[in-house]
Design a protein around this ligand. Structure first.
Ligand SMILES: C[S@@+](CC[C@H](N)C(=O)[O-])C[C@H]1O[C@@H](n2cnc3c(N)ncnc32)[C@H](O)[C@@H]1O
Length: 222
């Protein structure tokens, strides 16, 4: 499919119904009753530009996938891993030309090579707080292996703390900062950016600290 070619966007109620039935099928894996709203999508694609290679984890019914394409990413530069077979089928129909794979994000190492080079962004809607520590550690290892050295991992959370604990960040030599809060999403969502630490920088993930920096108080997160 040529870049920019549009497919018919499913109506909002249809997407919500589809998502809701997905939640009924597997509440733990889906982790939310409704898909993210556009404000979460906008925060998750912060910094994403045309030409970027992007991996999306947990595509659901495609709210964030659409936001990634709207940011100018080419369909062939977008790889989506979705564990739920019904959602994956729906995404394939909705986004022809995008590499949609029905697979567990923890097996990302098997699929990252589908892109033409290292990813600039990994954007995740996974319910990471519900992952076991072993799953989380394995996923993060694969995420940072798939990313270019300057790549970013964007993850949202419904609680006011980064879903990746400090010990995982330390093990990876990574740090986290808050990109923003989608206050009017149901429920409100906190969107974090994780990246490899630059030499000498302290890993940080405190909501209070990063929020204060957003208001210009203290050292600003880059
Ligand atoms: C909270 S929903 C987010 C969906 C969509 N990105 C959004 O923001 O509306 C989580 C999604 O992650 C998927 N998921 C959960 N665990 C997964 C895993 N281990 N690998 C891949 N996808 C997973 C679920 O099936 C669901 O589609």
């Amino acid at each position: 499919m040529a870049d920019g070619e549009q497919t018919k966007k499913p109506s909002g109620w249809y997407q919500h119904a589809k998502f809701f039935f997905g939640w009924l099928r597997n509440p733990r894996a889906v982790g939310a009753v409704f898909p993210s709203g556009p404000s979460v999508g906008k925060l998750l694609v912060t910094g994403v530009r045309p030409g970027a290679r992007v991996i999306e984890l947990g595509g659901g019914t495609g709210t964030v996938t659409q936001a990634i394409l709207d940011a100018g990413v080419s369909r062939e530069d977008l790889l989506v891993l979705e564990k739920d077979a019904t959602f994956a089928k729906f995404l394939k129909r909705r986004f022809p030309g995008v590499k949609i794979i029905n697979a567990d994000a923890v097996t990302l190492d098997r699929y990252a090579g589908e892109l033409s080079g290292p990813a600039d962004f990994v954007i995740s809607g996974l319910p990471l707080l519900l992952f076991s520590s072993a799953e989380k550690a394995q996923l993060l290892e694969h995420v940072f292996a798939a990313l270019a050295p300057t790549g970013r991992f964007h993850q949202f959370s419904y609680v006011a703390r980064c879903a990746v604990p400090a010990e995982n960040l330390r093990a990876l030599g990574a740090c986290a900062s808050l990109i923003g809060v989608a206050l009017f999403n149901v429920p409100p969502a906190f969107v974090y950016r994780l990246r490899k630490s630059v030499a000498g920088a302290q890993p940080e993930q405190s909501l209070l600290r990063t929020s204060l920096r957003k208001f210009g108080i203290g050292r600003r997160a880059s």
